[in-house]
Unconditional design. Structure first.
Length: 57
């Protein structure tokens, strides 16, 4: 039996160029715009994972 070829119409991932290495600054802006205070972002695993924390007054 012949091996099947991979699908040619498989979806591909696209990325949007960003000016910074992490999404933290933009997300922090969104949190503050939504009314949250004390918004912070903590990087873990060398930036692979991050935790956002904010307070809703």
């Amino acid at each position: 039996m012949a091996a099947s070829s991979p699908a040619t119409n498989a979806p591909t991932a696209t990325s949007t160029p960003q000016s910074s290495a992490s999404p933290a600054p933009r997300m922090l802006q969104l949190l503050k715009a939504a009314g949250f205070t004390d918004a912070t972002w903590t990087s873990y695993t060398f930036g692979v994972v991050g935790l956002y924390h904010a307070t809703k007054p």
